[in-house]
Design a protein around this ligand. Structure first.
Ligand code: NAD
Length: 261
């Protein structure tokens, strides 16, 4: 999508980290931005340091009814949404499946996967009718390869986001709407602290996130470029391929085995 034609972006999880990086990158290109987030305090803090090109909306992406209200409010202020970024998410809980707390599984899937689907339900139909727009869904490197133990519930949700995005991209193409899936590697954000804040469990995972040389601002620029290029996949790190390749090689070996059986 030609970003000079875009007027309004709606970004979930936009009050922190990667979502805020994307918001700043799009705002820099003259696009009005609605940041929707469950964290009202963070929304206030961000809005206090941004101009009137920004608006904040309190939204829990799990709440389907609230999505319609949020959409009406955002579009009432800035007009139809051209770019939807379904980015809100929480961290993995570090629990192996065999001993996983089912509530934690449900929370991770509800926010990281169903929350993304809810955004699509709210906005995609009208984008099709208008015949333009772009949707970015935040998955993860863990949505391309399940290589780390203890990330199971998160990987379930993030593989789901990748699958949702690949299917949506096929379906939306004929309507002139682009779809990208963002698959970040490690980016230094407030993910662990924010996960705990909303009742999530990261006790066994990332008490402090290790340093990363990729910042939310870098990711914001990568996403802006990805939208411009209508990229199917937006990756943030160079070292992701070996894990994916191992998985693909195992699938190819199974295909070859069947072919030759
Ligand atoms: N940081 C990383 O290393 C990394 C890597 C891969 C994927 N991701 C993904 O990137 C996305 C952004 O995470 P981040 O690292 O910027 O973390 P972050 O915590 O800084 O930002 C996430 C934002 O989402 C909000 N949020 C959480 N649940 C919500 C809900 N139900 N409704 C509305 N808002 C909600 C939080 O309040 C927070 O402002 C997430 O989907 C995460 O899974 C992050």
């Amino acid at each position: 999508m030609d970003l000079s034609q875009a007027k309004h972006a709606f970004i979930t999880g936009g009050a922190s980290g990667i979502g805020l990086g994307i918001a700043d990158a799009l705002a820099k290109r003259g696009i009005a931005v609605t940041i929707a987030d469950i964290n009202e305090e963070a929304l206030k803090e961000v809005l206090a340091t941004r101009g009137n090109q920004f608006r904040g909306i309190h939204l829990d992406t799990r709440d389907r009814d609230a999505w319609q209200k949020a959409k009406d409010e955002a579009e009432g202020a800035f007009g139809p949404v051209d770019i939807l970024v379904n980015n809100a998410g929480i961290a993995p809980n570090g629990q192996p499946f065999a001993s996983m707390d089912p509530e934690s599984f449900d929370r991770i899937v509800a926010i990281n996967l169903t929350g993304v689907a809810n955004g699509v339900f709210a906005f995609a139909g009208e984008m099709c009718e208008r015949g333009k727009g772009h949707i970015v869904n935040t998955s993860s490197q863990a949505g391309l390869t399940a290589a780390i133990p203890g990330v199971g519930a998160y990987a379930v949700a993030k593989f789901g986001v990748t699958a949702l995005s690949e299917n949506l991209r096929m379906e939306m193409a004929e309507h002139g709407v682009g779809v990208s899936v963002l698959c970040p590697g490690l980016v230094k954000t407030n993910l662990a602290a924010n996960t705990v804040r909303i009742g999530g469990d990261v006790r066994k995972y990332m008490p402090a996130m290790p340093e990363s040389d990729v910042t939310p601002a870098d990711v914001g620029e990568m996403v802006a470029e990805g939208i411009e290029q209508d990229a199917a996949y937006i990756l943030t790190h160079k070292d992701v391929w070996p894990g994916i390749e191992n998985r693909m090689n195992a699938i190819k070996a199974a295909c070859d085995y069947r072919k030759n059986a």
